[in-house]
Design a protein around this ligand. Structure first.
Ligand code: NAP
Ligand code: F7E
Length: 331
């Protein structure tokens, strides 16, 4: 259909990609997504919106690809001719980036450059969203906003800083509508199971069901600004609809420690004192830690009319309830 806007999402199978595709379909978009070939199915987060390409009025299309393959990226940009690219694909685990620094730099750093080059060389007026991260602020003191200096503390953060500046550079040098969303931690019932919030809520469900006795964690003192992912993908869309390309911090402004999350979630699940269940395992400590993140989202509020709605306690409830329900359904 001629007037339908086309979006291309890298990372469509991830937490954010899955919420974003739902959001863009509701807005009337045709959505294309890059998926990786894997020996097992990796599309569980988007299976509910999959459309058989043989049926009529299909609006979701999946393409095999990889961020390390520039030929493939160039081909996809030229074939799809999207109006908007949402670049969410990444090796997104900070702890893993210390084990795989080169792969992380290739995927999270050079991967962005490959897409920007493909957009530039296509000559098409494609808008570009870069999934930048609060991790880039590292040990810069909170609250962090668009003017706070970066101080990356992991290979992941170093690669994201590269992508942040590549995005700005392509905007300034080539006039591409390229924007950074600097998103603080955002979680949901679809969060990857090895990130700390989901690891905790999944473990609570297993402890309640009698399947596990203990939960092993690392640094409990770290503080994060945790929001709810579906609200954050709406901000991505708003950033690309703004009158001019720009960079925005997206956050809740509220900060809690991992201990606070444990306290709130174990109490809500009726398990009482979390200290009875949690053990410290040094393997989950990082060679360098980001201790405190708290975002100042006033620019996004003023210019995009965006603000978060879900509070910390409600996020905890959503995640605990979903993991208990998931496990009950499997049993
Ligand atoms: P996620 O759940 O880990 O999803 C990452 C996505 O990237 C998945 O679809 C994954 O595919 C894909 N991917 C990984 N390596 C790839 C490669 N080499 N080629 C192509 N695709 C690849 O991450 P998320 O939480 O949705 O986050 C989305 C983006 O926002 C990421 O760039 C992340 O770094 C960034 N970010 C996230 C947060 C947060 O709190 N969630 C905050 C700030 C920034 P598979 O499904 O096949 O693994
Ligand atoms: O860790 C501590 C850990 O892995 C949060 C990614 O989406 O957000 C995410 O990165 C904190 C850290 O998220 C465990 O040391 C303690 O201080 O859930 P996380 P992250 O590192 O903040 C940013 C914004 C992104 O951009 C990333 O893509 O929790 N922690 N014990 C633990 N963390 C994990 N994963 N596992 C533990 O056992």
């Amino acid at each position: 259909m001629k007037d339908m806007k086309k979006a291309f999402i890298t990372g469509i199978t991830g937490q954010d990609g899955s919420f974003l595709v739902e959001f863009l379909l509701k807005k009337g978009y045709e959505v294309h997504g890059m998926i990786r070939r894997a020996s097992t199915f990796n599309t569980s987060r988007i299976d509910h919106i999959f459309q058989d390409p043989h049926s009529i009025n299909v609006r979701v299309f999946l393409h095999y690809g990889d961020l390390t393959d520039s030929g493939n990226i160039t081909k996809l940009i030229n074939q799809i001719k999207p109006d908007e690219v949402y670049h969410l694909g990444a090796q997104s685990h900070v702890r893993v980036s210390f084990d795989m620094p080169e792969y992380t730099a290739d995927t999270d750093g050079l991967g962005t450059l490959r897409i920007l080059e493909a957009i530039k060389n296509s000559g098409l007026p494609i808008k570009f969203y870069m999934a930048s991260s609060s991790e880039m602020f590292g040990s810069s003191p909170p609250p962090q906003n668009e003017k706070t200096p970066f101080d990356p503390r992991s290979p992941y953060a170093v690669a994201k800083v590269f992508s942040y500046y590549a995005t700005r550079f392509y905007r300034e040098a080539y006039g591409i509508f390229a924007c950074n969303g600097i998103l603080f931690n955002h979680e949901s019932e679809r969060r990857g199971e090895t990130f700390v919030t989901r690891k905790i809520t999944r473990s609570i469900a297993r402890i309640k069901a009698g399947l596990d006795k203990k939960l092993y964690l690392g640094n409990l003192k770290a503080k994060r600004d945790w929001g709810y992912a579906p609200e954050f993908v709406e901000a991505m869309y708003k950033i690309l609809q703004h009158s001019e390309p720009d960079d925005f911090v997206i956050a809740t402004g509220q900060m809690h420690s991992v201990e606070d999350f444990l306290q709130e979630s174990f109490a809500y699940a009726g398990l009482g004192d979390w200290k009875k269940y949690v053990e410290i395992d040094p393997r989950y400590f990082r060679p360098a830690e980001v201790e405190v993140l708290q975002g100042d989202f006033s620019k996004a509020k003023e210019k995009l009319g965006w603000e978060p709605k879900t509070k910390f306690k409600d996020l905890v409830k959503i995640m605990v309830d979903a993991d208990i329900k998931n496990l009950n359904n499997k049993q």
